[in-house]
Design a protein around this ligand. Structure first.
Ligand code: HEM
Length: 530
């Protein structure tokens, strides 16, 4: 408090502050502007908009969170992400480690992080992942079957569950070379991940301080660990077999490549004797694989759902995307899966689809970035004022960065073309203003995988299915329970379910999912035309 007070007296920007509450009451005022389940980062974006003059401000939320230096200036955000000056924050680690079970790429620093990142980087390269398109197409085909079932049922239901199962199946296939088949069957691994997210759930103090939480996390963590370790051992034996038998088929999974790189870095003499995988590798690789599943499934699912939503609102954009798919894969949508399997590089010929995805990610930033400030290092705002960083968590506020009218002409309009114009065009994106995957050495390792999977999913769905939100029908069919309804009627509970006139908005559920899992109606496009 006294440190914040000193900075306040020196005139650094921050909301009105008090010795007793810090900025908690101010935060509450902002929270009340939004529906109660709104993704917290969006609330922060709203607050940051009131500091447009500096695009930086301090925030004191003690005792609920450490003090923050909030940043929505692209140059400052670039300075934070460009080098390793600012480490990942301990606070951040305590929030995320229960999800992974131990130290992972997301939470470690220095040599420990660098060694693991170097081991996995090659397998997440775009060209390498294109070799995995075959498996991705297979999983998207199952997803299409599920959409088809929804067409036949002619119902209104959330799409999130089936889309999440698809992204989980895909990540497990690409990273571990295992068929989880979660889209068709209940699966202990998939269920455990969901339970862990639910119990580790960062924003809900009821779960955070629940006495059974450690036991529940341990139980489900063990289920995940067992699954991953069994798969890792299988991949190791395949690697060994590949060593002895040069003819054997080499697997292409992310972990197969990482095992190969790890073993090649080992003492070669010892390697000959090794019949089981080294325990330290097994333990740490398990944390990384849990992270891939956690970091990759909700984010990719959310982006897909928000893309369907924007396409439903902009028929002209949908039409242009369909035309692009027809020009690359031919006029019959049924041919596209085979073509993608045979020539995965065709996915590189979809600039418009990619532009739509980038614009969706600008509109719906699903993640964020936090680093720890360090002694004697300051960050300058665009007027040159230097902000001390020591003891502060440096938070990049993506929703503000992505909507700041100073950085984005027509910032509230959905314009995929801004991603297709040259630097001479006013719409051309400003460097560092778009950060869904963050930038620099610690950017998202899975971004190529997400963008490939999303393109495959769009190619295989948008010329066949029409997916339209059906919130009104859903809300009518699912009114709040008697007690909640009464509290809402009495004004004792906030019953708002719209943000800026939109029924679809990211909610706080561990990963910024669409409200109620995006209830929608799915029909066949031909049906619509008839
Ligand atoms: C639309 C999809 C995705 C979005 C928006 C997203 C976003 C991000 C962001 C913003 C970061 C940086 C966090 C920070 O600075 O603290 C990050 C890091 C990371 N992401 Fe993603 N992600 C996505 C998909 C994936 C997928 C599919 C995977 C893996 C299969 C993945 C794995 C990771 C990992 C391991 C890191 C930590 C990297 C490091 O620190 O070295 N992500 N992601």
């Amino acid at each position: 408090r006294s440190r914040i007070n000193r900075l306040r007296k020196q005139g650094f920007p921050m909301p009105p502050w008090s010795w007793v509450f810090g900025h908690l009451l101010v935060l509450r005022r902002y929270i009340l502007k939004y529906p109660p389940d709104t993704f917290f980062t969006i609330v922060m974006g709203g607050m940051a908009a009131d500091f447009a003059e500096t695009d930086m401000f301090y925030l004191d939320l003690w005792p609920f969170a450490p003090p923050f230096l909030c940043i929505s200036d692209p140059d400052v955000a670039n300075q934070i992400s460009a080098k390793h000056t600012f480490p990942k924050a301990d606070y951040f680690n305590t929030l995320f480690e229960p999800l992974m079970g131990g130290p992972s790429l997301l939470t470690t620093n220095g040599k420990e992080w660098k060694d693991w990142r170097s081991l996995f980087n090659p397998a997440f390269a775009h060209s390498y992942l294109l070799e995995q398109v075959h498996g991705i197409v297979d999983h998207v085909e199952v997803f299409c079957g599920k959409l088809q079932e929804r067409v036949q049922a002619s119902d209104v239901a959330p799409i999130e569950d089936i889309a999440t199962r698809m992204t989980m199946d895909t990540i497990i296939k690409v990273t571990l070379d295992e068929e989880m088949d979660y889209q068709n069957n209940p699966n202990a691994m998939g269920r455990s991940l969901r339970e862990i997210i639910h119990w580790a759930f960062l924003g809900n103090p009821i779960y955070r301080y629940h006495p059974f939480r450690p036991l529940v996390l341990k139980y489900y963590g063990n289920v995940m660990n067992r699954y991953i370790r069994t798969a890792l051992n299988k991949r190791f034996q395949e690697y060994r077999q590949g060593q002895d038998d040069k003819e054997s088929k080499s697997t292409k999974s992310v972990i197969a490549l990482a095992i190969k790189a790890y073993m090649e870095g080992e003492n070669q003499e010892k390697l000959q004797e090794r019949t089981t995988i080294d325990e330290r590798f097994l333990e740490y690789a398990t944390y990384q694989l849990r992270l891939f599943l956690f970091a990759g499934h909700d984010t990719t699912t959310g982006t897909l759902i928000y893309t369907y939503h924007e396409l439903s609102k902009h028929p002209e954009i949908l039409k242009r995307m369909q035309e692009e798919h027809a020009s690359v894969f031919g006029s019959a949508p049924t041919k596209a899966p085979t073509l993608m399997k045979e020539q995965p590089t065709l996915l590189n010929q979809l600039p418009y689809t990619l532009a739509v995805l980038k614009e969706v990610m600008r509109f719906y930033p699903l993640s964020g970035s936090i680093r720890m400030g360090v002694p004697n290092v300051t960050l300058p705002d665009r007027h040159g004022t230097q902000y001390p960083t020591e003891d502060f968590h440096l938070v990049s506020i993506h929703p503000r960065l992505h909507f700041n009218p100073r950085l984005w002409p027509q910032s509230k309009e959905f314009i995929p073309e801004r991603w297709l114009v040259g630097p001479e065009d006013p719409l051309y994106p400003r460097s560092g203003a778009w950060r869904p995957f963050e930038h620099g050495p610690r950017n998202c390792i899975g971004q190529n995988l997400s963008l490939i999977e999303l393109r495959v999913a769009l190619v295989m769905t948008v010329r066949t299915f029409k997916i339209e939100p059906a919130y009104k029908e859903w809300d009518t069919a699912h009114p709040p329970g008697v007690i909640i309804g009464l509290l809402e009627d009495l004004g004792l509970k906030d019953g708002r379910r719209e943000l800026d006139g939109e029924m679809v908005y990211p909610i706080e559920k561990g990963g910024s999912n669409a409200r109620d899992g995006y209830p929608c109606r799915i029909t066949l496009l031909e049906e619509k035309k008839r």
